[in-house]
Structures are given as structure tokens and as C-alpha cells.
Design a binder for this molecule. Sequence first.
Ligand SMILES: [Zn+2]
Length: 283
Amino acid sequence: MRKAIISVDLDELYCYYAIHSIKTVEEKRIIPVAMERFLELFDRTGVKGIFFTVGSDLADQATLEILMEAARRGHEIGCHTFSHHYDLIKRGAGEIREEIFRGKSSIEERLGVKCTWFRAPGYNVSGVVLDAAVEAGFSFDSSILPSPFYYAARAAVIACMKISRRESRSIVGNLSHAFAGRMPGRISTARGEIEEFPISVFGAAGIPVIGTTLAAAPEWLFNRMMKRVAGRDYLNVEFHAIDLACAETDNLDNRLLVEPALKKPLDARIQRFSEFLKIATKN
Ligand SMILES: [Zn+2]
């Protein structure tokens, strides 16, 4: 029987400030309200999802409570490291290990769940990262986005920001992963094996099957994705918390409107995500 993997990366607003080089002292949080909307969407479409959680965000009471609720409703809680450093792969082995171990233990201790799924920040993994993930006891990794399209687009954005003297915290990453396999498989590390579930992509360029694309795609592309992607035997769809944020209702900083999903009205996004999820999860 076919089973789609549906996940949400719980990247807090500070992650977006870092990517877009937005200077602010604001400590606004978006995860609690966005997750409420995701839980509602998943209930309605019969989805059991994986919420990839950044360990340090559990210090926020509202975030902790909504994650407890997600676990109660039968969703999986995955680990998205402790601090969500975009340049994790460039850091020393000791720090990488600490980020992964601490992320996992904070989730398991504070939420009382077993954490078996790992996803690195910014789709960037290395041998050292996967080694640490195996050592920490993760069974599954879902960090690789085999998308030449995304790789090129991200490199271009980072280059443009450099030219305009703004510094993005995002990094270009490993080119070979842009051309990695699109099906699940086992990866061997020095400490053992881990099962890799790449994020699904579409077409020769590898357009990512993620919330941003589903929300921002023109009608013809969305319809094509519905037809071609949703019926596949293997499907791994990734959302982000911000995909169900609303600039007006949630009173977001206007500078975040560079995020493509936010340009589309929230109702229209929910409509598209429901349509897609209904088909994607059909057996
Ligand atoms: Zn992330």
C-alpha cells in the first residue's frame, strides 16, 4: 500500500530574519498559530504528519503546548536540531554532535515521545552530520532535496545578496545532493546505516514538492503537479510553518513578504493544500 510522507518544518520567524538579513529585535513567534492551522488541515484531510521541531523552541510555552497536542493527536515529532544553524555542516564535529544530540533529547524529555526522524536545517547534510544522527539513535533522515532547480535558485539569491552587501545565513550546500536519487535508500556512515527519505521533486529540473511551490505555482503548474506527482508510489511533501502564516492576521513584519507563500491569501493556500493532500494520501 502506498503511503505518502507529509512533514512540516517548524522554522520560527528568526530563521527567516536570518535568511533575508532582516534586522529586528522582535521576538514574535509564528509556530503556535501556524501549527493550529496545520492540525486542522491534517485532521480534515486524514493526514498523520511529521513535525520537525527545533529543540530550543520548546522553551516557549505556547510552542511546547501545541506540540504536545500534535503528539496526542498521533502525529510524529521529528528533530530539526537544537538551534537550526543554517551552516551546521561547516561547523566542527563536536558542535554538530551537540546540536543533534541536544535536539533529540530536548524533544524526547519535554514531550515524552520517541524521536526517530531527523532533518538538517536548509537541506544540507554531510557525512559528519549523518554519522552523528546514527550515533544519536535516529532511524530515518529526510534532509536531502534532490533539486538542481532549488540549488541554482538558492545560489543566485545568496550571490545577489552578497552583491547588495546583505549577508544571508543560508549557505549554498553540496552540489552532489542536488543530483542525488529521488527514491528512499539506505546510507552507510562510519557508525552504521540510516534510511534516507529524499524530499520529492517534480520534472527534469526537480521543482520541489513543498508548500512554497504548491502555494505560489501558477494554476497550470499546480494542476500538473496534482496530476503527475500526487499519484506516485513514493511521495514526500514538505511544508514549513510559515506556509500557513498570514501577514495581516498574524501581524507580520512587511519585510517577510519576500516569502512567496505569504503573497497568496491564506484561504487560497489552505484550499490548494487540502486539494493536494487529499489526492496525495489516497491509497
Ligand atoms: Zn528548517
